[in-house]
Design a protein around this ligand. Structure first.
Ligand SMILES: [Zn+2]
Length: 141
């Protein structure tokens, strides 16, 4: 082992614990990911909107793109954090969004004039059916 590199980079037990901690943000399917995202948005008081898409769902629940915004309604600066443009990647992107939201203080706001925008599941059909493409078999990027 290179003595110039701190041992903490090679502490497998520590890395295993950290990975296990992060796994809690992953959801087993689109529907639970959406519910957890919305609950996290509600907890921190983010305004939220659901845009339904007209595509077959694997169950009776509608497929939606969910949008949550914090901060200015007319921002001069905005950070957009999207997930699931390729449906199957929604598991990871949703986990990142959930981890971010769950670590925010309940009264957190972006700096004056700025906004933080979350786009959850840009391809809800692909997320729900666990495929890259959308309901028209289109790769969205
Ligand atoms: Zn992708």
């Amino acid at each position: 082992m290179n003595p110039a590199v701190p041992n903490r980079w090679f502490d497998r037990a520590r890395l295993r614990r950290q990975a296990a901690e992060l796994l809690k943000y992953y959801s087993p399917d689109y529907f639970s990911a959406k519910q957890r995202f919305l609950a996290a948005c509600n907890r921190v008081g983010l305004a939220h909107q659901s845009l339904p898409i007209h595509a077959p769902s694997p169950n009776s629940e509608p497929l939606t793109i969910d949008i949550a915004v914090a901060g200015s309604e007319k921002p001069t600066l905005a950070l957009v954090v999207s997930s699931g443009v390729h449906g199957i990647e929604g598991f990871f992107g949703s986990a990142v969004q959930l981890a971010f939201l769950e670590q925010l203080a309940p009264d957190w706001q972006p700096p004056e004039g700025a906004a933080l925008v979350f786009l959850h599941a840009l391809n809800p059909y692909g997320f729900a059916w666990q495929r890259r493409f959308n309901e028209d078999n289109v790769d969205l990027n």
